[in-house]
Design a protein around this ligand. Sequence first.
Ligand SMILES: O=C(O)CCC(=O)C(=O)O
Length: 275
Amino acid sequence: MASIPVCSKDSPAEVLAALEREGCVVVRGVIDQAQRDAIARELGPYLETTDAGTSLNKKYEAEGGPADFYPGNTKRITALVAKSETFRTFVTHPLMTSVCDALLKPNSRTYQVHATAALVIGPGATEQMLHREEDPFQFFKVPRPNMIVASMWAMTDFTEANGGTHIVPGSHRWPQDRVARPDEVVAAAMPAGSVLLWMGGTLHGAGANRVDQWRYGVFLSYSLGWLRQEENQFIDVPPHLARTLPKPVRDLCGYRMHLGLGYSDVPPKSAQDEP
Ligand SMILES: O=C(O)CCC(=O)C(=O)O
């Protein structure tokens, strides 16, 4: 029976081993109630004014994406580095940097924020199609080097019934075209405060919500420093905002060079960083 390994945040070596082996892992007790309350407070005004319909699909379809990628009754807001101070502490969280140091740095001098989103799934939302974070990079055939690490931070409990993320353990090592059997798909069940991590090659998707409560998750992924970011951080976190952020956050948004890549005439540094 397929399952997602569960680790404590105090065992980073186990987290890493499970992630490499199964392509996914749940880490419990990463953020406390005060941090979840802060996220709810900071993102609340954006979520309140967000339509939970499927209008986002039109935007994605217009850009060449699938027409039905986002199942109904899901609120999705992006650009979280710009919107939430607490989220910025997730970006530099030691759990994430230790995993990215180990899995991404062998293939790139730096890594960067790839995409951010709050994904709040309401009653009646149907299951999302399984997909991989690496799908836009299919020009490189499998097996590929590690390119992306993704995570979902549980603001509420995640259950099989309320839309807990569907994951296919082990699928990060599959041929591109292998289709998952139903018994290979596992819903991430985890208490609020946990983080689900998965590899860029792991099949996953949002689960269906069959209960009368909203499932609230915060998504954060990282990619190799020389890849195109999924979410354009230079638009979503523009230079005037980047200058005000702590240097580690600004660097992770991509405001630093990878070897010769990414130079610019606009100084991203704040006055106090200048030598
Ligand atoms: O909401 C989830 O559990 C996963 C969402 C996802 O994979 C996506 O929207 O790309």
